[in-house]
Write a protein that binds this ligand. Structure first.
Ligand SMILES: Cc1cc2nc3c(=O)[nH]c(=O)nc-3n(C[C@H](O)[C@H](O)[C@H](O)COP(=O)(O)OP(=O)(O)OC[C@H]3O[C@@H](n4cnc5c(N)ncnc54)[C@H](O)[C@@H]3O)c2cc1C
Length: 617
């Protein structure tokens, strides 16, 4: 993901680089942490939704909750692998398919916060239903159409979609997962450019088998830019009833079994040029920019699922008696409960802060949203695993089986299966690390660009070197200066002050570590993924600590009076995060990375095939 000399030859990197949003027009709070700066005035006070927006969200979530309980049986959906049509019709009547569509186009016009609150409620109850809604409007047609569509396109499609016409997003292909450069679906101009013929296959398209309308990414003819032919990926609005659109196979998965997901085939599908979204060659950028906010939906669903897990784990840890008392009294189980509660608090702090920033519109949240995705999906996975462990054998047993022998049908087994996908879709955890690393390094790359790019003149190189020298001469020494506490928010309670000072000091240490690794590895840093991943993990934990402290302050000084339990949770989370941060920074480049890489290399060549002996072949 980093534009190094070695990467210049890599088409994949070039395509992704060209699609990146290159400009930073608004401040980035998380991005600045990697430069050793904590933007305190943006973090305090904790940004919350307005009272009016909250009232809208409260009323809608109450209606949604009542509908879910009355109309949806998540275990039945899981068993049959089918979403009953009456559920979809009911959701459409509630306006669920138009939550993010502006009112003028027939939608509910929700803020990001209220949309995420609705997804949280659904995610706490039924993973499949949450995916139907989220694939439809976080990545499906409405979001890119809202962001990049023409007025004519919006008027044509948004009212239909708000009324319940299901939409989907088709990027992945059998040979194209994380790396879109190899995309083989093509769109060839016909009729003098008045239309395009679409040919190819799209894999794992959620909602695809039932979608009336979808965004399809395809390669349009290459263009020569800067003297070189460049791949062009373009986004098209494709209607299901266009001749040549075919659902070849419905895919089934270990969890979220009620979703509709398929392998789609496009054979000479004629798409009018009016259906191009945003413009030729801008498809990948559109996808990446759509995901910048779209990525907040999965974390919101993760909060819902994690809250449900916490409730299940708390009840069972109280009720289940073993070895002379409730299992929650044994330290091993209690420490899991503490981890779950404190991380859930941190997940909420990150997601609601970032969602409120989206609604405010004056910050660039691309790094924060990617951090929210990474942090919440990984934390939620640990939370559901802890819940299963706390439930013991009952955690592994299906709800149906529990019911069959007269016990409460608590569906931890289903929740566990449903939760696993979150670490894969909308950017795997590995790709999220690389994305955040690329964005974190951007200020340094911007400074270095004119020095390393081959087409720059000598004069440009000298100017760039002078600019970089000036920046680093001022910036680097400051990373060693202690923070004197000026501007530190006075409202932080004593219990959390040490944690805040740690965030301030450690962001400088993080910036130094990143800079030192850049100096040591230079352009090869791109290949040292484990170093980059640890640096990113430190940044994620620092951002989560900042959001958590700010939220705890806001809750403990709100009109509801002192909420010391929020401070307790923030304190525990910060202790745990500090342990991870210290370990990552102390061990940025351990010898096991190199040993592991060497063994993996030999393993891939077959040198360890003897380890696979003794199994059924
Ligand atoms: C249930 C489900 C729903 C989906 N819905 C949609 C949808 O609606 N629309 C759509 O377009 N797609 C969809 N997808 C596809 C999904 O986005 C991809 O699965 C995801 O992008 C990863 O691609 P892949 O599975 O091909 O993995 P690969 O890209 O083949 O990666 C395999 C593994 O290698 C790792 N990896 C890859 N490259 C690197 C690298 N450079 N460095 C380090 N590690 C790397 C990955 O993180 C992963 O762990 C869906 C998939 C599933 C399973």
């Amino acid at each position: 993901m980093l534009p190094t000399a070695s990467a210049q030859g890599s088409e994949a990197l070039e395509v992704i680089e060209a699609a990146r949003e290159a400009k930073w027009e608004r401040p980035t709070v998380a991005g600045q942490l990697f430069l050793g700066r904590v933007l305190t005035p943006l973090l305090f006070p904790y940004t919350v939704q307005s009272d009016e927006d909250r009232r809208i969200g409260d009323a809608y979530c109450a209606k949604l909750e009542a509908f879910l309980k009355a109309e949806i049986d998540p275990d039945e959906i899981d068993r049959t692998g089918e979403m009953p049509p009456k559920v979809i019709q009911g959701l459409a009547r509630l306006g669920c398919f138009g939550m993010k569509i502006p009112k003028e186009y027939g939608g509910l016009g929700f803020s990001q916060t209220n949309y995420n609150r609705a997804i949280q409620i659904v995610g706490s109850y039924c993973g499949s239903t949450a995916v139907w809604l989220s694939a439809h409007q976080s990545i499906g047609v409405p979001q890119p159409l809202k962001m990049f569509g023409t007025e004519e396109q919006k008027r044509k499609y948004l009212p239909r979609i708000a009324a319940g016409a299901i939409s989907a997003f088709a990027l992945t292909e059998p040979d194209v997962g994380s790396d879109p450069a190899k995309m083989s679906t093509t769109a060839t101009p016909v009729d003098g450019g008045a239309a395009y013929r679409l040919n190819g296959q799209k894999l794992w398209c959620t909602n695809g088998p039932v979608a009336e309308v979808m965004v399809v990414m395809a390669q349009t003819p290459e263009r020569v830019i800067g003297g070189k032919p460049r791949k062009q990926i373009t986004a098209f609005i494709v209607e299901r009833n266009m001749p040549g659109v075919e659902v070849v196979h419905r895919c089934m998965f270990m969890g979220i079994r009620g979703i509709q997901n398929g392998l789609l085939k496009f054979t000479n599908v004629k798409v009018p040029k009016e259906n191009i979204l945003w413009g030729l060659g801008r498809g990948l950028k559109l996808a990446l920019m759509t995901l910048n906010t779209g990525r907040l939906t999965i974390p919101a669903a993760c909060i819902g699922g994690s809250k449900r897990c916490l409730q299940i784990a708390r009840e069972w840890a109280n009720e289940r008696q073993q070895w002379g008392g409730p299992i929650g009294g044994h330290e091993a189980i209690a420490s899991k409960l503490g981890w779950m509660a404190s991380h859930l608090f941190a997940m909420e702090a990150v997601v609601w802060l970032t969602s409120a920033w989206v609604d405010r519109g004056d910050l660039d949240i691309r790094i924060e949203a990617a951090m929210a995705k990474l942090f919440c999906t990984e934390s939620a996975w640990t939370i559901v695993d802890h819940t299963l462990q706390i439930r013991g054998g009952r955690g592994y047993e299906t709800a149906n089986s529990l019911k069959g022998r007269g016990e409460k049908p608590i569906p931890v087994e289903r929740i566990f299966r449903d939760a696993r996908i979150n670490r894969i879709i909308e950017g795997t955890s590995e790709i999220m690390h690389l994305f955040i690393a690329r964005e974190a390094l951007d200020p340094h790359i911007q400074l270095a660009f004119d020095m390393i790019l081959p087409d720059r003149t000598f004069g440009q190189r000298v100017k760039a070197a002078a600019r970089a020298a000036l920046f680093y001469a001022g910036w680097y020494p400051r990373l060693w200066l202690p923070r004197l506490g000026f501007g530190r928010p006075k409202e932080i309670p004593p219990r959390l002050r040490g944690h805040w000072a740690f965030v301030e000091m450690t962001s400088k240490r993080l910036a130094r570590a990143l800079f030192h690794q850049m100096m040591i590895h230079q352009q090869k840093l791109e290949k040292r993924q484990m170093i980059l991943f640890r640096i990113v993990d430190v940044g994620v934990d620092l951002f989560a600590m900042s959001a958590t402290i700010s939220r705890a302050v806001s809750l403990s000084s709100g009109s509801a009076g002192s909420t010391s339990s929020a401070v307790e949770l923030a304190d525990l989370f910060c202790d745990t995060a500090r342990g991870r941060i210290r370990s990552n920074l102390a061990n940025l480049n351990p010898s096991e990375d190199r040993k592991g890489y060497r063994i993996a290399h030999d393993l891939l060549k077959g040198s360890y095939s003897w380890l696979e002996e003794g199994i059924v072949r």
